[in-house]
Ligand binder design. Structure first.
Ligand code: HEC
Length: 238
């Protein structure tokens, strides 16, 4: 999450620098002394933007390949903007380097890249910030911690029974395949990331999933702390 936030911030800052240097280069009629430096900054900035963008895109594609859940409309729009930025940016480079007749369009395309970048980030980081997903993650960790301290003596057998009653209808225990939208939980605590939300696999995050599910799973708020703890201990044996 923090990585995502930093990449987004970096992309925004870089696109600002790109826009500013472009306006300075083309927008003024007088005072053209430091043109060369401006152009250099614009070019280096552009390359840096491209690298950070690719880095983010590869990260997203990797996460996508790990998750077999279907894309939400928001994620689809996000991916669509990303591909659009990539294509338009490539077009701009082509115009500048090879098809110089179209050179004048490069400026317009540059502005388009900046706008699309904002659009892209509004769908991901902006959305998470506005809906408070960042702060939600932080708060619930503390709650989970308290519960673990309170319940050291977990009962795996009881957890297994509860799981059979409450969870098994949606989640396989012996494979990772999806049953409709619900991921199989085999070996869940041996993984690094939770299957759907991609949060880290920690006791806190699993408890959080049971109490405040990530998406479509029903919430099991009426379970006691010790019951939840038993279920978690059972999940660890899968
Ligand atoms: C009605 C179906 C249903 C039931 C019952 C159910 N789940 Fe889920 N579960 C889901 C779905 C759907 C997801 C995918 C993420 C989401 O929608 O929240 C999920 C995801 C999960 C995840 C992964 C969360 C993540 O962040 O990737 C865990 C762990 C989990 N469930 C545990 C449980 C446990 C423990 C129980 C029983 C107490 C349970 N589930 C009962 C449907 C269900």
């Amino acid at each position: 999450m923090i990585l995502k936030l930093s990449i987004s911030l970096l992309l925004i800052i870089l696109s600002f620098i790109a826009a500013y240097t472009m306006f300075e280069i083309f927008g003024k009629t007088e005072r053209r002394k430091n043109m060369d430096i401006l152009k250099k900054i614009h070019r280096i900035n552009g390359r840096f933007f491209f690298i950070v963008f690719l880095f983010g895109a590869i990260g997203c594609i990797y996460m996508l390949s790990q998750s077999r859940a279907e894309l939400t409309p928001r994620a689809t729009l996000h991916a669509f903007s990303a591909v659009a930025i990539f294509l338009i940016f490539s077009l701009k480079i082509l115009f500048i380097k090879y098809y110089k007749q179209f050179y004048s369009y490069a400026k317009l395309i540059g502005v388009l890249v900046v706008l699309l970048t904002f659009n892209l980030l509004a769908f991901s980081t902006g959305y998470s910030l506005v809906t408070g997903q960042y702060s939600k993650n932080f708060n619930t960790e503390a709650v989970g911690q308290q519960m673990i301290v309170a319940n050291k003596e977990a009962n795996v057998e009881n957890g297994k029974k509860l799981y059979a009653q409450l969870c098994a209808s949606c989640h396989y225990t012996d494979k990772k395949d999806f049953k409709r939208a619900a991921p199989g939980l085999q070996g869940i605590f041996k993984e690094k990331y939770l299957p759907s939300s991609k949060k880290a696999v920690t006791v806190e995050n699993v408890i959080n999933q049971i109490k405040n599910p990530y998406k479509y799973m029903p919430s099991f708020n009426d379970l006691t702390d010790s019951q939840i703890n038993d279920i978690v201990s059972y999940l660890k044996t899968l």
